[in-house]
Design a protein around this ligand. Sequence first.
Ligand SMILES: Cc1cc2nc3c(=O)[nH]c(=O)nc-3n(C[C@H](O)[C@H](O)[C@H](O)COP(=O)(O)OP(=O)(O)OC[C@H]3O[C@@H](n4cnc5c(N)ncnc54)[C@H](O)[C@@H]3O)c2cc1C
Length: 480
Amino acid sequence: MSDTSIFWFRHDLRLTDLPGLVAAAQRGPVIPVFIFDDRLGGDWAIGGASRWWLHYSLASLESSLKQRNGRLVIRTGDSVTALATLAEETGATSVFCSRQYQPWADPQERQLKTTLERQGVTFKRYPGTLLFEPEAITTGGGTPFKVFTPFWRACLKQPEPSFPVDVPKLQFPEQWPTSVALEELALRPTAPNWAEGWEALWRPGEQGAGDALAAFLQARVQHYGEGRDFPGEPNTSRLSPYLKFGEISPRQVWWAAQEKRRAAPENASAIDKFLSEIGWREFCNHLVSQFPAMPDSAFNPKFEHFPWATDREKLRAWQRGQTGYPIVDAGMRELWQTGFMHNRVRMVVASFLTKHLLSHWREGELWFWDCLLDADLASNACSWQWVGGSGADASPYFRIFNPVAQGEKFDKDGSYTRRWVPEVADLPDKYLHKPWEAPPLVLQSAGVTLGSSYPRPIVDHKTAREAALAAYGTLKNLAL
Ligand SMILES: Cc1cc2nc3c(=O)[nH]c(=O)nc-3n(C[C@H](O)[C@H](O)[C@H](O)COP(=O)(O)OP(=O)(O)OC[C@H]3O[C@@H](n4cnc5c(N)ncnc54)[C@H](O)[C@@H]3O)c2cc1C
């Protein structure tokens, strides 16, 4: 006898390597459903750039299902209510999904299980979003790891993640339940359309994800080890939005990387480095699943007493890429104009916000949440706290990036900075990262008028550094 099942798509918008979809398909017809709940998560409800990506990701999933004579049923509102209603409408006897790790996911999944079971419907969740389940990776004492290196070492001692499962043969119901049209979700910005041109930059969806991974492994991974820190060079995978929306699974990434290692053993150390970054994604998700307050509160409780400043004007200058430090402004503009920022520059702008401007890391976390296509609750929260000094295995607070030195080291030829900050593009390399030191004639011939065509620095590095260290000093004697 065959039973109809609902497969609930969440941050796993793909058809390959979905154990829950395979289980559903084995029982009989499958109703694929996505529920858009734009209130889920409160402050962490889906941000603007992610909405844009989600639109195209759902369109791509719809089209993949259509090619198999299926559909994607879209509903809105609270997921538990929507799924219970859909099960009742369709007579489905089971609901399957992939497990998620946000602080609200587990309570929601438990509530769903209770509600469905009362209706006589089975609910089951499957792994597939991470390489390793949080419960599987613990210290000898059974507690969660708080430091990355031993965490990743423990992961690598586990049996290898299982091999990705293929797209199952899907059957669909004879009668389809009603669905909201994708356009009705109004996920793309209109007035103004700040995402104009993004369609040419990104290709959301499972196909785009697979192509991005293949292109990276084929032509760029060999430069990853030493090249990943240079924002002007395309040495990283740019897989983060695809991983965030689950258009590719980390197991697919893992196994494709292992295959590359076999084919090109000379790239082994670059591949290990790349996989260890996937390891950071795991670490962040494990941390947030075990310490659910992480997106909102300092992991190191001392930092709840940090004397943060609240200068809205400076915060605004940072958000707009008008700080007067070209590498910082380049990053913030790349973010605004493309929905992405290179990791090295993320660290520089985050350090600038939390240390030079003494703004609370949560201000940056919220801005990134709205602007990043890859905005991921765990990676964003952990990274902000890492840079801000309050996180697990954090960079020490007293390590304050000098934005000039960072620019000179990681964007030596200025290609990245010149692209995003054209006002200073004609300055010679020597002054590109510190226009205020350029002699008047140099500024004039580069068409730069400080304070007019390009801002003067909104803070002086040395003074800001001393203020940050003094602020940090106030925590030292706190007995907590
Ligand atoms: C302040 C700050 C905020 C960040 N916010 C996010 C976020 O919201 N979402 C997000 O995915 N990443 C975030 N990162 C981590 C990192 O910057 C991005 O994952 C990376 O830049 C994505 O580019 P890529 O895909 O080319 O990375 P690659 O270098 O090719 O790495 C491969 C994958 O590993 C993962 N990864 C790499 N670095 C990290 C890291 N430090 N922490 C966690 N995962 C990592 C990503 O999934 C990435 O796609 C943040 C970093 C900082 C400093």
